[in-house]
Design a protein around this ligand. Structure first.
Ligand code: AMP
Length: 175
């Protein structure tokens, strides 16, 4: 399946989880095997050799683990607060609809490891910026950020570019 065809399966759900939010529902894309596979292969093409694939809870896990498996690369979870069992560090951030906190295991990547970071939606950029901060604080280097969909009106790309001008950001569709 063509990437554009796969992306057309993303569904808009108005007023979820709060009034005024247009939620980008990726479940129709995920339930279509050809579409999921096309996206996984496209994302995997951005990995350098020996790249670790990091995903952000929860929907980023789906793509990051599929990409890691496709490349026989390691997968690193960046989780919501209180979920990781071992010694962790945390970062707080603002969301399009609230506040949240992400954590990563201190020993999740080796010092200097190249990390490809994946999430489903880039909105205000707070989530991805916090995830980059976590990877860098444990000694990894984020080499590329991938998002399935970018909401351009929220300027998340600008926020990340200002903080981390050296990190390329690729989103497969901008809405
Ligand atoms: P942000 O930190 O504002 O860039 O928000 C990105 C995170 O929130 C991603 O992990 C998304 O899963 C989720 N998110 C934010 N806005 C939306 C939206 N309109 N539709 C679906 N997910 C969203």
């Amino acid at each position: 399946m063509q990437i554009q065809q796969a992306l057309q399966l993303i569904r808009d759900v108005p007023d979820f989880p709060k009034p005024g939010i247009l939620f980008k529902d990726i479940t129709p894309l995920l339930s279509n095997g050809d579409a999921f596979s096309a996206i996984t292969e496209e994302f995997a093409s951005f990995a350098q050799s020996s790249t670790v694939i990091a995903g952000i809870e929860a929907r980023g896990f789906i793509f990051a683990s599929a990409v890691a498996n496709n490349l026989s690369a390691g997968f690193v979870p960046i989780r919501k607060a209180g979920k990781l069992p071992h010694e962790s560090i945390s970062a707080q951030y603002g969301l399009e609809y609230g506040h949240d906190e992400l954590e990563i295991h201190k020993d999740a990547v080796k010092s200097g490891a190249k990390v490809l970071l994946i999430d489903d939606v880039l909105a205000t950029g707070g989530t991805i910026a916090a995830a980059i901060d976590l990877v860098h604080r444990i000694g990894g280097e984020v080499t590329h950020v991938l998002a399935l969909l970018e909401i351009s009106g929220l300027s998340g790309r600008d926020k990340i570019n200002q903080l981390y001008p050296q990190i390329p950001i690729t989103s497969l569709v901008v809405s």
